[in-house]
Design a protein around this ligand. Structure first.
Ligand code: NAD
Ligand code: UFG
Length: 336
């Protein structure tokens, strides 16, 4: 199949390009490089042995998107492009709504005008808010998102469901990602955060390499086994593979499919730190800090629906996740 990959230069997009090309798909990338670097695409070309056509286009740019869709006939779009920093979204709500919602509306409109109505969308576990059920199934009601970033994901899910209700030609897969970490085992592509990392794993790797003094563990008084927050960390290559499985399904079935993409295992912050130290033989100094506003105690999923309907399940475990995160950081101390 020929796939339009928006946001393909980013962390999850670049890993998904590798999986898509390995599965025999052709890919074309649209990215405005607002949070990425074109070197990631050079590395993807190196790993796949294939040049990946790239358009430096913003998804809010209708003319630019039209140009891309006139030059290629796409079977489906995998839509990663978006802003994703939770804290920044609280500071800059308009920018988040305009980029994520405005951009996606433009993309969907251009797609339908070109007769391409198959889309896989990067949603997030954040739509569950503080989850009513653990482990979280797709039947778990959506919760209150405490930040504009989460709101954009939740609203975009609703928008796409309404569009599909009105026009049955749309085939839509909403993948609710849990916490992606790790990197391609080659160490050639990985997560490349700008400035101080918000997320746990890039913070740990930057402490391990000496860029930051110590990790702050945000709270040790949660109702969890060791008091620190519990999450469902998933290797980014497993997450990438889920998109390949979702593509097969999108062609077989029509309608809306919603899937949790996680491992089903919950690990605490201290579990992650200890595993990182043990597997990689490096030190990660840390100290306990107050809770971070908006954080929840526990978030992990039941991924059975993705296994039953998409034939996908995670294969990498915690050791590979912390090993590959470190392998990427130590081989690329300053990112790309
Ligand atoms: P990323 O920032 O590495 O990748 C997103 C890409 O989109 C970047 O390359 C950026 O330059 C591009 N982009 C942003 N706005 C754009 C626009 N208007 N036009 C064109 N390109 C644009 O992030 P990621 O971690 O790879 O996340 C990919 C998707 O998955 C995002 O939609 C994100 O919200 C979602 N997601 C990520 C996580 C996570 O923890 N990483 C969790 C759940 C969901
Ligand atoms: N944490 C620390 N110290 C840090 C960073 C994080 O203790 O420096 C803790 C957090 O308190 C939390 C856990 O590590 O308990 C994970 O935090 P992350 O920031 O890595 O991830 P979140 O679960 O908060 O959120 C991430 C993404 C969201 C996405 C969500 C669910 O940032 O965009 O996963 O997929 F919605």
């Amino acid at each position: 199949m020929k796939i339009l990959v928006t946001g393909g230069a980013g962390f999850i997009g670049s890993h998904t390009l590798v999986e898509l090309n390995a599965a025999g798909h052709d890919t074309v990338v649209v990215d405005n490089l607002s949070n990425s670097n074109r070197k990631s695409l050079e590395r993807v070309a190196e790993l796949t042995g294939k040049e990946i056509p790239f358009y430096e286009v913003d998804i809010r740019d209708r003319k630019g998107l039209n140009r891309v869709m006139e030059a290629h006939h796409f079977d489906a779009c995998i839509h990663f492009a978006g802003l994703k920093a939770v804290g920044e979204s609280v500071e800059k709500p308009w920018e988040y709504y305009e980029n994520n919602i405005g951009g996606t509306l433009t993309l969907l409109d251009v797609m339908r005008h070109h007769g391409c109505k198959n889309i896989i969308f990067s949603s997030s576990a954040t739509v569950y808010g503080d989850p009513a059920i653990i482990p979280i199934t797709e039947e778990c009601p959506k919760g209150h998102c405490t930040n504009p970033y989460g709101q954009t994901k939740s609203m975009l899910e609703e928008i796409m469901m309404d569009m599909q209700k009105a026009d049955k030609e749309w085939n839509i897969v909403l993948l609710r990602y849990f916490n992606p970490i790790g990197a391609h085992p080659s160490g050639r592509i990985g997560e490349n955060p700008n400035g101080i990392p918000n997320n746990l794993m890039p913070y740990i790797t930057q402490v391990a390499i000496g860029k930051r003094k110590e990790l702050g563990v945000f709270g040790n008084d949660y109702p969890t086994p060791d008091g620190t927050g519990v999450r469902d960390y998933i290797h980014v290559c497993d997450l990438a593979a889920a998109h390949v499985c979702a593509l097969k399904a999108i062609i077989r079935q029509s309608g809306i499919g919603i899937y949790n993409i996680g491992t089903g295992h919950g690990y605490s912050v201290l579990d992650m730190v200890k595993a990182f130290i043990r597997v990689n033989g490096v030190d990660v100094p840390y100290s306990i800090k107050p809770r971070r506003a908006g954080d929840i105690a526990t978030c992990y999923c039941n991924p059975a629906k993705a296994k039953a309907e998409l034939g996908w399940e995670a294969i990498y475990g915690l050791e590979e996740m912390v090993r590959d995160s470190w392998n990427w950081q130590k081989n690329n101390p300053n990112g790309y």
